[in-house]
Design a protein. Structure first.
Length: 88
């Protein structure tokens, strides 16, 4: 039986080590965290750009960058799109 991908220590691995599935899963998790963060900002009646940026850096960014040390120089559009959402 062939397995297409395998999750090990929170990182999805496949036979070619493309990390595409990993990027998709991380972007889903980060999108959920960003949505929750935006919801809290609205519920709080807004907050300064500095506070919002600090919250993004401590809540969302670590999710996106988890395991990034093993990706090498690869970039993933899924992760870039989540990062770009903070500026909208």
């Amino acid at each position: 039986m062939k397995i297409d991908s395998y999750k090990y220590l929170g990182i999805w691995l496949d036979e070619h080590l493309t990390f595409r599935k990993n990027a998709r899963e991380l972007s889903k998790s980060a999108s959920r965290a960003l949505g929750a963060l935006c919801g809290k900002v609205v519920a709080a009646g807004g907050m300064t750009h500095g506070v919002y940026t600090k919250l993004y850096s401590t809540v969302v960014k670590p999710i996106l960058l988890y395991g990034s040390g093993i990706w090498g120089t690869k970039t993933f559009s899924e992760i870039t799109s989540v990062q770009n959402r903070i500026f909208n």
